[in-house]
Design a protein. Sequence first.
Length: 449
Amino acid sequence: MNITLQNTDPVNATITIAVSKEDYQTKVEKALNDIRKNIVIDGFRKGNAPKSRIQSMYGKSVLVDEINTLVSEKLYEYIQENNLEVLGEPLPSQKEQAPLDFDNQQDFEFSFDLALAPKMDVQFTKADKLPYYTIIISDDMVEKQIESDKTNYGKHIPVDSVEVKDIVNGTLVEQDGNITNDSAVLMPAYIKNETEQAKFIGAKVGDGITFNLYTAYEGNEVELASFLKIKKEDVNAHQGDFTFTINEITRYKEAELGQELYDILYEPGTVTSEDDLKAKIKETYAKQLAPESDYKFFIDAKKALEDKAKDIQFPDEFLKRWLIASDSKRTPESVEEEYPKIIADLKFHFIKEQIIKEHDLKITNEDVEQKAVALARSQFNRYGMRNVTDQLFEHYVQEMLKTEETVRNLANQTMEAKLIDVFKTQVTLQPQEVTLEEFEKLFETQKQE
């Protein structure tokens, strides 16, 4: 067997594999003998069919299978042994492959087109200037967070008379029917009919309010069925008046600024004044928004590196052909549309691999776990859960790490963070402070480009 490599240009090559009879004959004979041992043909005992009969029935298909298997093995062995960095998969050569006649030939030549990865030497220098956006944490952001915390950690307190947003507990009795609900709960704000709603405003504990429930909720079967604890189809039979006797009225009162709230929001004793609270909120915001700044920087760095690689030659014709061959859903038209982005991603992939190799960047299990902890902390903070117990927090992190896809995403994010650190040392950073609104508009502008 003879294998040769011919480079058409720096990124295209053809491998030719010459196969002679002695390369495959032993394998073919063994395969035919195995068939003969196990097959049953009418008129012959198992394993005793004439070799000529087996040859006529299976010879060509076995020959084709064994040669294809041999050629495939030798093709990939050659690629590995010669450290060829191949894009996609080898494809039968469109120009070099001669017709094959398995009925009459004994020696064969197989030609495959290869796409070779281009040589990449793209990197940053201090001459490259990139903006690094830091989001300004405004007083308005701080005040909104304080209001949110006050709302989230408020409580329901008993009151004497009903206002529209209060929760009213009581006993509901149908006047001309047999429905009684001793634990009825309603909120006047959810009553759709203004006349019926008004009957509750100003009412006190012990008052009995006569109202039309069906009218109050405008005949909404789902709401009425839930309220009366009956089936939806039975709702229309209860359009008369009801009496609601008030047992309790509660009103939601937002939390007040003070030590009790501070100790709920943060580790007890770390915040003792409103100024401390505002400082903590700014500190929390800064930690939450830093990854956003890094992500924008990473996008800008990626684009800058891709621009540096814009003149690097890729085997475009081969790659388009391979993309169509590897996915039956793709068409020449869809590939033409997708190709610019595919090439941009491919360029950055090679640049990234080059940087990872040069800087010996690695991802450890500890890196992934730390990333999971940081992500979990950020998620809890986003929902105002700043004093989660260690046990609950650890359980949440471990659940994250059980999912293979999550671990893979965490590993990718970790490597991205390491690349960002490298990029920051290579370029000249141009710090810019922007508002949150201005920062979000940067992404909108980028999408339009």
